[in-house]
Design a protein around this ligand. Structure first.
Ligand SMILES: NC(=O)c1ccc[n+]([C@@H]2O[C@H](COP(=O)([O-])OP(=O)(O)OC[C@H]3O[C@@H](n4cnc5c(N)ncnc54)[C@H](OP(=O)(O)O)[C@@H]3O)[C@@H](O)[C@H]2O)c1
Length: 277
């Protein structure tokens, strides 16, 4: 088990869907003040090698050092990948994990990541034998020093409860799409809160467009001289969600980070929490 304290960044910059712009946007995000980067060794949606190029450019420019950063990447099962695989699909799952993280470290130019995440369980319903094998392989990588902490993504409460029932080690991080209509993933967040798991929320803006246009959010934004997106990020942080943003826009990067300085009235936080579900 790691002895160092759990690092909790206050914002994650997400690098999905940026293709050739990945290096320059990663570098820009660091220049604008992000210190935590989320990626995946899944070429279908992420260009992890490009993230590494952006990091290298930032190091060269003297913007940051590796020690300033929280780097998170993921292991993705074969069905979530295209033909550009970071492992031998004929190998066992535990070998695939070892090959995938070795390739991630190579892409990112580092000897360890801060968080290594299972991109999604093998089944939407259950925590399966495949997940047990992968999760154990991830723990071996963590114990060997190639990852500081482990996480799971795209999980239901049922997956987490099954992990707990099987007495599996619980993750340090859960990363989920956060729908307002599901009480902002209330059930999973509650499970995480009770077990001191850090909940990371993605698609806070794109999955909740109706919220961004809601009169309550509009009036809070007007009162705080902020944008609706900033209100959502501020709300998220207040209820214990570590937010991700994948913005490609310099002004939005600045606004997203500035949301850390907003304080929302408690009654507004409660109202947003039950706005849509
Ligand atoms: N684990 C998973 O399966 C999974 C799945 C999806 C995503 N993720 C991670 O989460 C990251 C973020 O994904 P996401 O779905 O939350 O975001 P996203 O798809 O990258 O979209 C963010 C959207 O919000 C807009 N935006 C951001 N800040 C804004 C602001 N201040 N004002 C107005 N619009 C703003 C962006 O537009 P502009 O570009 O114009 O700012 C963009 O349209 C991904 O890059 C990835 O790292 C993980």
């Amino acid at each position: 088990m790691p002895h160092s304290p759990l690092p909790v960044p206050d914002f994650l910059y997400g690098t999905a869907w940026k293709e050739d712009r990945t290096p320059s946007l990663t570098e820009l995000a660091l220049r604008m003040g992000f210190r935590a980067i989320d990626t995946a060794n899944q070429r279908r949606h992420y260009f992890e090698e490009g993230v590494g190029q952006g990091l290298a450019a930032a190091y060269r420019a003297g913007l940051v050092t590796r020690d300033d950063l929280f780097l998170q990447t993921k292991f993705t099962y074969r069905p979530g990948q295209d033909h550009r695989l970071p492992y031998d699909p004929a190998a066992s799952l535990s070998v695939q994990v070892a090959q995938s993280i070795a390739s991630s470290l190579d892409h990112l130019g580092t000897d360890h990541v801060d968080s290594y995440v299972l991109h999604g369980p093998s089944s939407n319903h259950d925590w399966t034998d495949a997940d047990i094998e992968v999760w154990e392989a991830m723990q071996k990588e963590r114990d060997a020093g190639r990852a500081r902490f482990l996480g799971v993504s795209n999980v239901s409460l049922r997956h987490l409860q099954q992990m707990a029932t099987a007495r599996a080690e619980l993750p340090a991080f859960v990363q989920n799409r956060c729908y307002a209509r599901l009480g902002w993933d209330r059930a999973v967040r509650l499970f995480c809160r009770e077990r001191k798991i850090i909940y990371q929320g993605f698609s806070l803006l794109t999955a909740n467009r109706e919220v961004l246009h809601h009169p309550l959010i509009a009036s809070l934004a007007a009162n705080a001289n902020a944008t609706p997106a900033q209100i959502v990020f501020s709300f998220a942080r207040t209820v214990g969600i570590l937010p991700l943003t994948g913005t490609c826009d310099r002004a939005h990067m600045k606004q997203d980070l500035a949301s850390r300085d907003l304080t929302l009235p408690l009654d507004a936080v409660h109202a947003i929490e039950s706005l849509a579900g």
